[in-house]
Design a protein around this ligand. Structure first.
Ligand SMILES: Cc1cc2nc3c(=O)[nH]c(=O)nc-3n(C[C@H](O)[C@H](O)[C@H](O)COP(=O)(O)OP(=O)(O)OC[C@H]3O[C@@H](n4cnc5c(N)ncnc54)[C@H](O)[C@@H]3O)c2cc1C
Length: 372
């Protein structure tokens, strides 16, 4: 059997590792021209679900790379108001030396690519597929093609595989924008940061819809390109940010960061000082999207995983973990006698519960109402 995976994101790479480990002929087609193309690191929380899926799918050497390039585990999740008065605080036992509790997206993807040189094909943007009696014919934007017995859409929230397989799927903008940024953890920044910000994920909110999430990324082994940093993400609606999408998405990284600094101008001096130490050229805006109902589809040869099936807001910290769960579940299906319909049933049921939880969390966290 030959399996073609569209998308070398978190779910697609984990699936490729699981299949290659089981001896399945697998190819991954990624639209980016190279693995170095996007270095926008941000911190991804890995839950027990994600960790278990990694343990199940990855060969030992790859798992060791993931552990080596993960961040040192934190022990705290806390919320503050804009003047840094604690609103809630949860302390956890510090996880062991082999635990993976959060990762930098770029470093994580690079670790997941370990040993896949013959499997990964960059610069291959999927455009459509056709099912035949023998298998699936896959067409790429550059006019090239490929064939496989099974095609897996692991191509994320804007999935083209999904738009052909489930043309009616509803992916909604929840009306919240993020300005993502990075504060390099120099010794000066480490001494001015509130202690909690270096211990775990912290959310600072003004109670009126403007928030900033902070999360430390302190590597066990940093990537060659950059070192430890504090993730800093500003969130709010266009009205709260005082900028339309046209304005926001046309801004230079420096202007985006200046907007962040302006918006928190009357917040606690430590927060302002931290953001003043940010790396303006690392800033970029993101639109938060979700589905409401996870779709079903009918095909015995084409299937999907991760955000392609169940795009969700980051408010449950679960999108990547669910993509890893899907990858482990699909590895089991494709390496046994099980049919893809049973895999689909499980992925839709599991995904729907998490999408619903993420919607509730997003309404509370971002102070928005998401009509269902
Ligand atoms: C700000 C933010 C913070 C987040 N934090 C967390 C967190 O803490 N924990 C968590 O679990 N989740 C988190 N998430 C969600 C998580 O990032 C996603 O759910 C996860 O990346 C989905 O993995 P995936 O493999 O389905 O898709 P992706 O990782 O998005 O990968 C899709 C891949 O497909 C490629 N692709 C797309 N179209 C094509 C095409 N036509 N042809 C070829 N290739 C294509 C893309 O280039 C990409 O490499 C966060 C998301 C955001 C936006």
């Amino acid at each position: 059997m030959k399996v073609a995976i569209v998308g070398a994101g978190i779910g697609g790479l984990a699936l490729a590792q699981g299949l290659a480990k089981a001896g399945v002929d697998v190819a991954v087609y990624e639209r980016d021209p190279s693995p170095q193309h996007r270095k926008q690191g941000y911190r991804i929380h890995i839950s027990n679900v994600g960790e278990q899926a990694l343990a199940e799918t990855l060969p030992d050497a790859v798992r060791r790379r993931v552990i080596a390039t993960a961040t040192h585990p934190g022990d705290l999740v806390a919320g503050f108001d804009a003047q840094l008065n604690t609103q809630f605080e949860q302390v956890f036992p510090v996880a062991g030396p082999d635990a993976v509790t959060s990762v930098d997206r770029y470093a994580f993807r690079r670790a997941l690519m370990t040993g896949l040189d013959d499997v990964l094909q960059f610069g291959r943007q999927f455009s459509s597929y056709a099912e035949t009696d023998e298998g699936v014919e896959i067409a790429f934007a550059d006019g090239s093609s490929a064939t496989a017995d099974v095609l897996v859409g692991a191509d994320g929230v804007g999935s083209r595989v999904r738009s052909q397989l489930v043309p009616s799927q509803d992916v909604r903008d929840i009306g919240v924008r993020c300005i993502y940024g990075k504060v390099p953890l120099t010794s000066a920044v480490r001494s001015l940061a509130p202690e909690a910000f270096l211990r775990g994920f912290c959310f600072v909110g003004d109670g009126a819809g403007l928030g900033t999430a902070f999360g430390p990324v302190m590597f066990r082994e940093p990537p060659a390109e950059y070192g430890d940093y504090l993730m800093a993400v500003l969130t709010g609606t266009n009205a709260v940010l005082g900028a339309s999408d046209e304005e926001l998405f046309a801004m230079s990284p420096g202007d985006l960061w200046a907007l962040v600094q302006r918006l928190v101008g009357d917040w606690h001096p430590s927060v302002r000082a931290l953001l003043d130490a940010g790396e303006p050229e690392a800033a970029f805006p993101i639109t938060l999207r979700t589905c409401i109902t996870v779709p079903t589809w009918s095909s015995s040869r084409v299937t999907m995983l991760g955000d392609a099936v169940h795009p969700m807001t980051p408010a449950a910290g679960a999108g990547a973990n669910t993509a890893l769960w899907d990858a482990a579940r699909l590895t089991r299906a494709l390496t046994s006698e099980e049919d893809l319909a049973t895999y689909q049933k499980d992925v839709v049921a599991n995904g729907q519960a998490i999408v619903t939880e993420s919607l509730h969390n997003a309404e509370r966290l971002f102070n928005v109402s998401i009509p269902v």
